[in-house]
Ligand binder design. Structure first.
Ligand code: GLN
Length: 526
């Protein structure tokens, strides 16, 4: 039916695909098959992207065919179709799904199938979006590179020797490598935004409670948030409206409707808006090319009519330290359920008595990787009697101070801005033996989780020294997600003008990864 070839089809944004589906210029089966072909072409093998842990071809095509049949029949059923019906999506393998395995990137859940769907999955099914499969992640979402996945790392489509960020590197790489137009991620300390930054994609961490966490395997419950991964700001807004909304199954779920996000992305405007540079979130420790792109974005926003102010958040210097007490404390508690009795793996001790404690110990020793063990040990220690006040209690007080810093900053500015990550994508293996260096990649993203506020990362251009994508982060007060889409849409279009089209058209590995000339000639047409 379509006049577009596969390389052109997979380059369209979700909004463009939705329009072509509604206009009957293309079928959902054609689109879904084009993406499955793309996955088959670039994801597997020794130098494949390895964004997917599981590909859900049969079910995805069945859902696509169902949407096509409804469109062909027309009438009331077609009118009731969601705008994104027939647009495929990939899902981070931390989110439980009926009919597909859920591993959380861990050996301890290898082969496990959830008996229920996460709320966000139910919503994707209700919108009839074909689910392409489950994407790779650092084990239980702990990491910044996907190197802590028990199933091997994902590669960055911009440079296959580099990390795609983490923990949601699989979702970001899938979207960057045109293996999916949209994906779901989860963000506890930056796992949607930092992968977005280093892969040149858009990543949004909604306000805590704006999207149900029911069915997202918990890492640190007071920080975790599901959110969209996409190639454009508008696409993230469209997806957040699908997955958001109140859910009685999540006691922290907000009742606000969050239904002005798409409108905000479509009517981007920054005139008269105050945009605050956070003094503590740039400068020393940030790569020169990151800093340069950040300054350019500020200039663009100024030219578009925004007022740039500087704000100071003095307690942000304690954010990383407090996060590495609160997060592991919650991790140690949340992961206690993986005991060899209820889920997945069970390992019996090789010798000695067969007690329940020894089965648990053998299972957890074999089933968890080093990073997960490190955090369980840290969290158990921080929560232990006698140390609770000194560590967990103090960290909670710091958390309050960070929230107050944000309150003060938002009294001076409508939106805050910073680089998303201090560096561009580092080399695979570079920080694997140095956990503290790995943790430092999240300095700019963690404060938002500590305060529950929304954060959006969008591509800000390429760094001078390595030609790799730089992420720009926008932050707004809780519940003001629409404001981020409004500002993000303006910055995105100014940056595209400056860079001569979408940034992903410049990715060298992508040009080589089987897309050929069709990819290059389609470069500026997004
Ligand atoms: N990289 C951070 C960590 O390792 C954040 C992880 C996340 O957001 N899930 O904890």
């Amino acid at each position: 039916m379509t006049e577009l070839n596969n390389s052109e089809l997979i380059r369209l944004s979700a909004a463009q695909l939705a329009a072509k589906l509604a206009a009957r210029e293309v079928t959902s089966v054609e689109v879904t098959q084009a993406y499955l072909d793309r996955i088959a072409l670039v994801d597997g093998g020794a130098d494949g992207i390895h964004a997917f842990l599981h590909v859900n071809a049969e079910e995805a095509l069945a859902v696509a065919a169902e949407v096509d049949a409804i469109r062909a029949a027309g009438g009331a059923e077609e009118e009731a179709l969601h705008e994104l019906a027939g647009v495929p999506i990939a899902v981070k393998d931390l989110i439980v799904t009926i009919g597909q395995p859920t591993t959380a990137g861990s050996k301890i859940l290898e082969g496990w199938h959830s008996p229920y769907d996460a709320t966000v999955i139910k919503k994707l099914r209700a919108a009839k979006m074909p689910i392409l499969g489950k994407t790779n992640l650092d084990e239980f979402a702990m990491g910044s590179s996907t190197e802590h996945s028990a199933y091997g790392p994902t590669r960055n489509p911009w440079d296959l020797d580099r990390i795609p960020g983490g923990s949601g590197g699989g979702s970001a790489a899938a979207v960057a490598a045109f293996e999916a137009p949209l994906a779901l991620g989860t963000d506890t300390g930056g796992s949607i935004r930092q992968p977005g930054a280093v892969t040149g994609t858009v990543g949004m961490k909604p306000t805590y409670g704006a999207v149900s966490r029911y069915g997202a395997i918990a890492m640190a419950s007071s920080l975790d948030q599901i959110g969209p991964v996409s190639r454009t700001v508008l696409d993230s807004a469209l997806l957040q409206e699908v997955i958001g909304g109140h859910d009685p199954f999540d006691s922290t779920s907000l009742t606000d409707p969050f239904d002005t996000l798409v409108a905000a992305a479509k009517t981007g405007n920054v005139t008269g808006m105050k945009i605050g540079i956070v003094k503590e979130l740039h400068g020393e420790g940030y790569q020169a090319g990151v800093e340069n792109r950040f300054n350019e974005s500020l200039e663009l926003l100024k030219e578009a009519g925004a007022e740039i102010v500087e704000v100071s958040c003095p307690n942000f210097k304690y954010a990383l330290g407090a996060y590495y007490l609160i997060m592991p404390s919650e991790v140690s508690s949340n992961l206690a359920k993986f005991d060899g009795v209820r889920y997945g793996l069970r390992v019996l001790p090789e010798d000695g008595p067969m007690t329940i404690e020894r089965v648990m110990a053998a299972t957890r020793a074999a089933g968890f990787g080093d990073e997960v063990k490190r955090r369980i040990i840290l969290g158990t220690y921080a929560l232990s009697a006698g140390y609770y006040d000194a560590y967990y209690g103090s960290a909670q007080k710091v958390r309050t101070l960070i929230q107050r810093d944000f309150d003060a900053a938002f009294a001076q500015a409508d939106v805050l801005i910073s680089p998303t990550a201090p560096t561009t994508a580092f080399k695979l293996g570079e920080k694997l033996d140095d956990p503290l260096a790995m943790y430092l990649n999240d300095v700019a993203t963690i404060p938002a989780n500590m305060a529950g506020i929304p954060g959006l990362s969008l591509p800000g251009g390429l760094a001078d020294e390595d030609g790799l994508p730089v992420g720009i982060q926008l932050l707004a007060p809780a519940r003001e997600d629409a404001r981020l889409y409004r500002v993000g849409a303006v910055l995105e279009s100014l940056l595209e003008e400056k860079w001569g089209g979408p940034l992903l058209a410049k990715a060298p590995e992508l040009k080589n990864a089987g897309l050929g000339t069709a990819f290059n000639t389609a470069g500026g047409s997004n």
